[in-house]
Design a protein around this ligand. Structure first.
Ligand SMILES: [Zn+2]
Length: 634
C-alpha cells in the first residue's frame, strides 16, 4: 500500500518526536533539547538528544538518528507502514488508502490528459496562425507599422488568423471535434429549432498566443488590424486558461525580469510586445481584467520589484486602484510596488517613441511608491482642514492599512496616517485595533501545526533553470544546513535570494528548488518531516551530509554533550543572521560576475550599459561597492 507523501509530511508536522521517544526513553530537558540514555547502545551518561525544533533524534555516542517514524522502526521494530499507522492513530488521523478511489484517480488522470490535449490543440492552431502570417501582406504590414521586427514577432510567436468562417477546418481534419469548442477556438451556436452553427472564434485578426509559465500555449488574444469591434478578443475561460490568474508575456519575459530587476505590468499585449521591441523585455500585461491578488502573487515569484504602468486617464486610475488592492497583502519590507502614471495622451509605446528610452526608464525610477499612492487614495475627496474630513481619510485608509503585512512599512504608514488625521500613533492604533489580543507566545520548541489534513491546492511550480552557478562548497553547504534546520527562514528571503540559491549547480541548486516547492505545498516543516520528503531525491545525500553536523553540540571535559543554552527563538535569530551573512557573500560574487559580463557586452549591445547601471545601483544599495568603483563612476 502506498501512503501519499503529502500525508506522511503532514503527519510528521503534527506528531511530536519528543512525545514519541518519551514513551520508550526517559528524557530530561537540557536547554532547548531533551537528553536521555541512548536506547540503541549501552551507556551510563546520556549522549542521546531529541530536538523538538528539528523533530529529530540524534545519538552522539553511536550516531543513530532519525525522525518519529525512524524511531519506531528502529526501536520498536515496526515496518514503515506500521509506524505511520501507529503515529496517525495516536493523534486521530486517518491514513488514506492510496490517495483516492480508483474512480477518483481515473478522473484525475483524465483531467490531466485533457489539459495536455487542449494545449496540444492550441499549439497546433498557433502554428497555423504563424504560417498564415507569413502569407498575409496586410498582417505583416500591420506589425511593421507598429515597429516590430521579425525577431520580436518570432519571440512572441505572433500570427494571423485569416478571414473566413472555417479556416481551422484545414488544420484540424475533424471540425466537429468537441476539443475545438472546449479550447475556445471554435464557437458552437445553436438556437431553438435551428441547425447548429460552428465557426472560428478568431477571424481576420493578428494573433498573440498566451503561454503559461511552462511555455505551453493556453489561449490567444486577437486584435483587429484596422477598424472593427471588438478591438481585442481573448480566448474564453477554459480548463487551461483563466484570465484572473494568467499574465501575458510572463513566460517570454522571465529571463529579462532577472536582468532588469523589476517587472513592468501594462494594460495590453500590444504594450508588452512594443516595449520588448523598444528595449524593455521585462513587461507583462493582464488580459483584459483588473490585476488580482493571484496575479501579484505570481509576479512576486519572479521578482521583488513590481511597477504597474497605467494610462493617465480615469480608467487608468481605476485600474491602478484595483492593482493597489491586489498588491497590499504582498507588500512586505523586502519588496517594492510602484505605480507609474503616464501623461493622459500616452501609453508606454507612444511615450518611448516621443521621448526616448532613457526618459521612460527615468519615469520608472520616479514612479509613485505604494505608500504614497495609498495615502493619495485615502485622502481623495477629503478636506483635511476639518475634523470630519480627517476622520473620513482615516476610515478610507483603514482597510488598506489592515491588509498590509506586518513590518517596518506598515508601522511607518501608521505614523503618517496618524499625523494626517491629527492623532497620536497610539490613539490611531487603539482606534483601529481595539483590544487586539496580544499574540500568544509560541510554546518553546513547538512547531506550527495545522489543525487538519487537507491536500493543498495544486499550484504550478516556478520553473528554475537548472543551475550552473558554482560557489565554494562550504558556503553552499552552510546555507543548506541553516535552511533545512530553520525552514521558516525561507519566507523571509527575497526573490533575488531564492533565485541565487535555486540556480546553484547541483546538488545544491536542486535541493533549494525542492525546498521552495515544499514551502509552497506544505508550508514550514521541521527537518524530521523534510528528511522523509527527500527520500530518493537527487539531493538526499547532500542534505543528510550537511545535517549530520547540524547536531554537533559543545562537549564538556568528559567528552559529553553540553545542553544547548540558546532558546529556540534565539537560535532562529542567530540562524537568520548567519544566513544573511552567507547570502550577502554569494550575492556580492554574483553581482560582480554579472557586472563584468555587462561591461564585456557593452560594445556590442547598448542595453548592456543599462543593465550594468542597474547592477551597480543594486550593489551600492547593499553597501558592497568598493570605494575605487564609486569614484570611477562619479
Ligand atoms: Zn547511541
Amino acid at each position: 500500500m502506498a501512503i501519499p507523501q503529502s500525508f506522511i509530511q503532514e503527519l510528521l508536522a503534527r506528531v511530536d518526536v519528543v512525545e514519541v521517544v518519551g514513551r520508550y526513553v526517559q528524557l530530561k530537558k537540557g536547554g532547548a533539547n531533551f537528553m536521555g540514555l541512548c536506547p540503541f547502545h549501552g551507556e551510563k551518561s546520556p549522549s542521546f538528544s531529541v530536538s523538538p525544533a528539528k523533530q529529530f533524534f540524534h545519538c552522539f555516542g553511536c550516531g543513530k538518528n532519525g525522525n518519529a517514524i525512524g524511531f519506531l522502526m528502529e526501536h520498536a521494530g515496526m515496518t514503515f507502514v506500521e509506524a505511520v499507522k501507529d503515529l496517525a492513530q495516536n493523534i486521530g488521523m486517518q491514513v488514506p488508502e492510496d490517495d483516492a478511489s480508483p474512480q477518483d484517480r481515473a478522473r484525475a488522470a483524465e483531467q490531466r490528459q485533457k489539459q495536455a490535449t487542449l494545449t496540444d490543440v492550441l499549439e497546433k492552431a498557433g502554428e497555423s496562425f504563424r504560417k498564415h502570417l507569413r502569407n498575409s501582406p496586410k498582417a505583416i504590414e500591420y506589425f511593421k507599422g507598429r515597429g516590430l521586427s521579425g525577431e520580436i514577432a518570432k519571440h512572441f510567436g505572433l500570427g494571423y488568423a485569416p478571414e473566413g468562417w472555417r479556416s481551422l477546418a484545414s488544420v484540424f481534419p475533424d471540425y466537429q471535434d468537441p476539443l475545438l469548442a472546449e479550447s475556445g477556438l471554435v464557437i458552437v451556436n445553436q438556437e431553438d429549432g435551428e441547425e447548429e452553427k460552428r465557426y472560428d472564434r478568431f477571424r481576420d485578426r493578428v494573433m498573440f498566443p498566451i503561454r503559461n509559465v511552462k511555455g505551453e500555449c493556453i489561449g490567444f488574444g486577437g486584435r483587429v488590424l484596422f477598424e472593427g469591434t471588438p478591438k481585442y478578443l481573448n480566448s474564453p475561460e477554459t480548463p487551461v486558461f483563466s484570465k484572473g490568474r494568467e499574465l501575458y508575456g510572463l513566460f517570454e519575459a522571465r529571463n529579462a525580469l532577472r536582468d532588469a530587476g523589476y517587472v513592468l505590468v501594462t494594460e495590453g499585449y500590444m504594450d508588452v510586445v512594443a516595449l520588448a521591441q523598444l528595449g524593455f523585455p521585462n513587461a507583462v500585461a493582464t488580459l483584459g481584467t483588473a490585476c488580482t491578488t493571484d496575479h501579484v502573487q505570481k509576479l512576486f515569484r519572479f521578482t521583488d520589484n513590481v511597477v504597474f504602468s497605467f494610462d493617465g486617464d480615469s480608467a487608468g486610475r481605476r485600474a491602478a486602484r484595483k492593482a493597489l488592492d491586489g498588491a497590499l497583502a504582498y507588500a512586505t519590507d523586502v519588496r517594492s510596488v510602484k505605480f507609474l502614471f503616464l501623461p493622459q495622451e500616452h501609453d508606454p509605446d507612444s511615450y518611448i517613441r516621443e521621448f526616448g528610452k532613457e526618459a521612460f526608464a527615468h519615469c520608472v525610477t520616479e514612479a509613485m511608491p505604494l505608500s504614497r499612492f495609498l495615502i493619495e487614495v485615502a485622502r481623495e475627496g477629503c478636506d483635511l482642514h476639518t475634523a470630519e474630513g480627517r476622520a473620513h481619510m482615516a476610515s478610507n485608509a483603514k482597510p488598506m492599512w489592515m491588509a498590509l503585512p506586518d513590518g517596518a512599512l506598515k508601522r511607518q504608514l501608521l505614523s503618517e496616517i496618524a499625523e494626517l488625521a491629527d492623532l497620536g500613533n497610539h490613539e490611531l492604533q487603539d482606534l483601529w485595533m481595539p483590544a487586539a489580543p496580544a499574540a500568544a507566545p509560541a510554546r518553546s520548541g513547538e512547531f506550527k501545526k495545522s489543525s487538519k489534513f487537507k491536500p493543498r491546492e495544486p499550484y504550478a511550480p516556478k520553473t528554475y533553470k537548472r543551475g550552473t552557478r558554482l560557489i565554494p562548497q562550504g558556503r553552499a553547504d552552510h546555507a543548506a544546513r541553516v535552511l533545512l534546520s530553520h525552514m521558516d527562514l525561507w519566507e523571509d528571503l527575497s526573490t533575488e535570494d531564492h533565485n541565487l540559491l535555486c540556480e546553484l549547480a547541483p546538488p545544491h541548486g536542486p535541493l533549494f528548488v525542492w525546498l521552495d516547492h515544499q514551502h509552497h505545498e506544505h508550508g514550514n516543516q521541521a527537518w524530521g518531516a523534510l528528511r522523509e520528503g527527500l527520500r530518493e531525491h537527487e539531493s538526499e545525500d547532500l542534505a543528510l551530509r550537511v545535517m549530520a553536523t547540524a547536531f554537533t553540540p559543545l562537549m564538556d571535559d568528559e567528552g559529553k554533550p553540553m545542553p544547548e543554552s540558546l532558546t529556540p527563538e534565539q537560535q532562529r535569530k542567530e540562524a537568520g543572521l548567519e544566513l544573511r551573512g552567507i547570502l550577502n557573500k554569494i550575492l556580492f560574487e554574483s553581482l560582480d560576475a554579472q557586472m563584468k559580463e555587462a561591461i564585456a557586452e557593452a560594445a556590442a549591445d547598448p542595453t548592456a550599459m543599462l543593465r550594468y547601471k542597474a547592477l551597480f545601483e543594486r550593489r551600492k544599495q547593499l553597501g558592497l561597492i568598493p570605494q575605487k568603483l564609486v569614484e570611477s563612476q562619479d
